[in-house]
Design a protein around this ligand. Structure first.
Ligand code: KIV
Length: 268
């Protein structure tokens, strides 16, 4: 399919129907998002993983709504074509659908993003319904949901047991029936993710969920090899920017110290 002028939720739906895989990556700032959009990505996720890779927190819990809006508005200024989805951060939608709507409206109004993503199934249905009633597209997120890390206690693969797998399948149907335009499935067995993707009509995007889903998402710092300590089996690194950036910085330091930089041509 020729890349449309704008990727919309309808375009994503068509891609699923035609069997064309959807590409999604996180991005959190202007310069990176410009490259990612120009490279042809379908969706940029302004993930709350910004809490980890941009701010250095151990979990995604500390990032605030104001910080997510700052990241999202930087991304929106950079893009021309892709769809921008923004995570509602922890504490801005759970257990309070009025607050959920107010948080989603702030993201849409103040950043210019196109959709929001929420973690959870049945238990957040009221919040999802309320946000959708305002005409804001919602993406779900099931499986390993990092905002619940203190409930899980670990980042291991979810839904290996029948009971949790059945619950996840039910939740996917709830999200679809509510009107979500897509679902992210994180770190669950590939066969389960494939079953979910086949049982719903909306696109299912996987991270650590195998190749039987409708698309893939990764954290851009992991794909580029900027993060080093995070090495899950599902991650494919396309670069080693940690070493490349470190090498460039070392070369710069060397040139400054040796008075090689700046040379005659590099001054006025
Ligand atoms: O915040 C994030 O980066 C995410 C992806 C891992 C799906 O939610």
């Amino acid at each position: 399919m020729k890349r449309p002028k704008r990727i919309t939720t309808h375009v994503l739906q068509e891609m699923k129907l035609k069997g064309e895989k959807i590409s999604m990556l996180t991005s959190y700032d202007y310069s990176m998002s410009k490259i990612v959009d120009q490279a042809g990505i379908d969706i940029i996720l302004v993930g709350d993983s910004a809490s980890n890779v941009m701010a250095g927190h151990e979990t995604t819990l500390p990032i605030t709504l104001d910080q997510m809006i700052y990241h999202a508005s930087s991304v929106v200024r950079a893009i021309e074509t892709c769809l921008v989805v923004v995570d509602l951060p922890f504490g801005t939608y759970q257990g309070n659908s009025k607050l959920a709507l107010a948080s989603a409206i702030r993201i849409m109004k103040e950043s210019g993003a196109h959709a929001v993503k929420l973690e959870g199934g049945k238990e957040i249905k009221e919040s999802i319904d309320r946000i959708l009633s305002a005409g804001i597209p919602v993406m779900g997120h099931l499986g390993l949901t990092p905002q619940s890390i203190y409930k899980f206690g670990t980042y291991v693969v979810r839904a290996r047991e029948e009971e949790e797998a059945a619950r996840l399948q039910e939740d996917a149907l709830v999200l679809e029936e509510s009107g979500c335009f897509g679902i992210v499935l994180e770190k669950i067995p590939a066969h389960l993710a494939t079953q979910v993707a086949e049982s719903v009509k909306i696109p299912v995007i996987g991270i650590g969920a195998g190749g039987g889903v409708d698309g893939q998402v990764l954290v851009i710092h992991d794909l580029l090899g900027i993060t080093q300590e995070f090495n899950p089996r599902f991650l494919r690194r396309y670069n080693n920017l940690y070493e490349e950036i470190k090498g460039s910085v070392q070369n710069y330091i060397r040139d400054v110290k040796s008075r090689d930089f700046p040379n005659e041509k590099e001054q006025y």
